[in-house]
Design a protein around this ligand. Structure first.
Ligand code: AR6
Length: 175
């Protein structure tokens, strides 16, 4: 756990759809903002069909984009849907992945969000190597911190112990 500019940044192992104490959770979405596997599957399952319904007019989105919706049956206030780049396909993938983190944080600010949870966007089905993705995530957060006023807590939720360890290490190096 780190505190920089009065903002707490931490990594935990868990399920992004079970972050009861967090205002906005980030979805590793698809362009159509429909349910899917991994993060999108867990979020849409827990939110119920109202989430996909609310998202329909907001789709499609492009790699790097972020859009915000309500959280429906989830224990949160908002879901911020980000479309990460497909590794080796959407270029430049590092910039597009950075845009996801930056755009999500800016949207959180615009909605007076106090706490936000991220999954490791693009590192599942989209094939982004975990270490490179973590470096981009933390450097983008570092660069965006000076613009944050309402966001006071940023939590990374990793699915496996190995991914958690890697993120903790990269966080120490980058922040
Ligand atoms: N909570 C936290 N992390 C998770 C969870 C969970 N419930 N489930 C998986 N992860 P992915 P992407 C981890 O594939 O690569 C979807 O089907 C997982 O181990 O969810 O951005 C969408 O519909 C991995 O490290 O997202 C899109 O089509 C990370 O979260 C596409 O896949 C992201 O894996 C998006 O692919």
């Amino acid at each position: 756990m780190k505190t920089i500019r009065d903002i707490k940044i931490e990594c935990v192992r868990g399920d992004i759809s079970k972050q009861e104490d967090i205002s906005a959770i980030v979805n590793a979405a698809n362009a159509q903002l429909r349910t899917g596997s991994g993060v999108a599957g867990a979020i849409h399952r827990a939110a119920g069909p109202g989430l996909a319904e609310e998202c329909r007019p907001l789709a499609p989105i492009k790699p790097g984009d972020a859009v915000i919706s309500g959280a429906h049956n989830l224990p949160n206030d908002y879901v911020i849907h980000c479309l990460g780049p497909v590794y080796g396909q959407d270029k430049p993938e590092d910039k597009l992945l950075a845009n996801c983190y930056r755009n999500a944080l800016i949207l959180a600010e615009e909605n007076s969000v106090r706490s936000i949870s991220f999954p490791a966007i693009s590192t599942g089905v989209f094939g982004y190597p975990m270490q490179e993705a973590a470096q981009i995530a933390f450097s983008t957060i570092k660069d965006t911190l000076p613009e944050l006023k309402t966001v006071k807590e940023i939590r990374f939720v990793l699915f496996s112990e190995e991914d958690l360890k890697l993120h903790e290490k990269v966080m120490e190096e980058v922040l």
